[in-house]
Design a binder for this molecule. Sequence first.
Ligand code: NAI
Length: 335
Amino acid sequence: MSDSRECRVAVFSAQKYDRLFLTQAATDSNVQFHFLEPRLEPDTVILAQDATAVCAFVNDRLDAEVLKALKESGIDLVALRCAGFNNVDLQAAEDLGIRVARVPAYSPSAVAEHAVALIMTLNRKTHRAFNRVREGNFLLDGLIGFDLNGGTVGIVGTGRIGRTFGRIMQGFGCEVVGFDPYPDPEVEEMGIEYLPWDAFLSRCDIISLHCPLTPETHAMIDADAIALMKPGVMLINTSRGAIIDTQAVIAGLKSGRISSLGLDVYEQEENLFFKDLSDEVIQDDLFQRLLTFPNVLVTGHQGFLTRQAMEEIARTTVDNLRCLSNDEACLNRLV
Ligand code: NAI
């Protein structure tokens, strides 16, 4: 391993756990991290001026404006410490000669298991039971769930996370079906049948989203899709917020077509998630409306947050930075 060139990295949106895992992974390497709490956006680019590289997360803004400003400060290397890269203008990065790498796979189990946690909580209402019992209320009214065994679970996007999720749900005794424009024979060998979109929507008791956010998947769960879903469907999104049209989903919850909703991601999450806003008035009315439903459970983008996933993200991020700063080939390079 040649660790010749010093790589000074401005880490945006840095949380305590990022400091811990990234610092550990960078021991004995040429990578030096400078941790910054703010999100990367036009007003905060200046914080990276002494760095040679930037390390960014899901809600950091890497559009043409920000990338141009980074390039002007001499930065030509971006290491994403996440899998999704919908927040990066890759064309602009390529045009500017900025290399971008990501962590394509770390622990598919982390996100898949979080999707299962949302299902289990919404179904058996353990969040409500927890509060009731602590208040001495042992009534069971309103806590009725359903057997997962024998139900049909649909996966939108049968990639690494989707198929891991599918395997877990098969373990519960569910029939698992998939929708993906790129069907994979290995997934079919697992006993997961691919269905056309309309048939998929009308067949599933639970639908879980595991596709990337692209122009094709943007708002793919809209009013038309919801109208085709089985009445009483449970909808789970641990992928990216904008895959769902939130307004349409709220209408679906009000009509009862959607019986419960579990979200780990939200379209406008960059204004909310990863911050303590407990002393503030939240301005996002759509988000606040979601929180009024007893059958909606929102977590703040924590699907990735397991020890194993964090170790793997940090290890791969340091490796990406080391390779690229030493002009070595990097398998995880996007442009
Ligand atoms: P992957 O690349 O292994 O799988 C994505 C799958 O989606 C592929 O099979 C692809 O063919 C499919 N797909 C593409 N376009 C589609 C469409 N129009 N309709 C249906 N399927 C489509 O990705 P992986 O690792 O499974 O991650 C999936 C997504 O999970 C990421 O893109 C990211 O947005 C999200 N994610 C969320 C995390 C969290 O903490 N909540 C953490 C990590 C990833």
